[in-house]
Design a protein around this ligand. Structure first.
Ligand code: KIV
Length: 295
């Protein structure tokens, strides 16, 4: 294992770092929990300045920042680079490292080794893994047994979306919803400190919530969960197209970026950039001497 992460972010004396007991207390008090994804230093600084509770370095990085069409290709090494950058920008939110596809399924040993790398090499506080089937629950239990808290994830689990029949809402029949309930309870029994519910009908979430004791964070799971998570690039419109139904867009940064780069290109082509205010000066006597030297 290589270098230690450079962990220090600018401190905010006004806010206490998020901890698992504070998170559980938020659920008990019914205080909504705010979670967002981040993949680099600027997105981490935005999350920090907004005072969110949880930041996930999601494997959605595969599609949002690495340009893949699915989450499965992203490598653990990619996730470590991104998570380190996020760590440098965060002080108070709990930092969750997503375990990418293929980095935890093979054995308990593989899962523990991967989770430890996320903690030791990227400075994550905790990890998240997808699925509530027997194998995922076993891996969650193993990682927790090694002293690393785990967040579970049920419903639409993008790493296995092909097996789920595609990128679509889950739990839309009684049997499918009961299976999600069973999986969430199994993750809770394994000791997960929180669980993500993704793309589940709101009424199903409402049925399940009274049965779950740990904080539930929803994404496309309706308003009954203890908190919400959105993908940074979805909520800020740094993407082509609108994204899934559950996304609420708070900005349109892709358009602003496109316009900004186009304006720069136009300025260079027309000679409007750089202007005198963008250039460095030299003392006229030095310039005269340079003229002489070059002659
Ligand atoms: O990878 C990710 O961004 C996620 C969230 C959607 C929960 O898993």
């Amino acid at each position: 294992m290589s270098s230690q992460p450079d962990i220090k972010a600018p401190s905010d004396p006004g806010r206490l770092p998020m901890t698992l007991p504070i998170l559980a207390e938020k659920k008990r008090l019914g205080e909504p929990i705010v979670m967002v994804t981040a993949y680099d230093y600027p997105s981490a600084r935005a999350a920090e300045s907004a005072g969110v509770d949880l930041v996930l370095v999601g494997d959605s990085a595969a599609t949002t920042v690495l340009g893949y069409s699915a989450t499965t290709p992203v490598l653990l090494e990619d996730m470590l680079v991104l998570a380190r950058a996020v760590r440098r920008g965060l002080k108070t939110p709990l930092l969750i490292g997503d375990l990418p596809f293929g980095s935890y399924e093979v054995s308990d040993e593989q899962a523990i080794t991967t989770a430890m790398r996320m903690i030791k090499e990227a400075g994550c506080d905790v990890v998240k893994l997808e699925g509530g089937g027997e194998a995922s629950v076993r891996r969650a239990r193993a990682i927790i047994g090694a002293g690393i808290p785990v967040m579970g994830h049920v419903g639409l689990t993008p790493q296995t979306s092909t097996a789920l029949g595609g990128w679509k809402a889950q739990g839309r029949t009684a049997a499918a919803a009961a299976k999600i309930a069973e999986e969430a309870l199994a993750l809770q029994d394994a000791g997960c400190f929180a669980i993500v519910f993704e793309a589940i009908p709101a009424a199903v979430t409402e049925e399940l919530m009274p049965r779950i004791e740990v904080p539930v964070i929803g994404i496309g799971a309706g308003p009954a969960t203890d908190g919400q998570v959105l993908v940074f690039h979805d909520l800020l419109g740094i993407r082509d197209g609108l994204g899934p139904r559950f996304v609420k867009r708070y900005a349109n940064l892709q358009q602003e970026m496109n316009e900004g780069v186009a304006a720069y290109a136009e300025d260079v082509r027309t000679g409007r950039y750089p202007g005198p205010e963008h250039t460095y000066k030299i003392d006229p006597s030095e310039l005269a001497e340079l003229h002489a030297l070059l002659r």
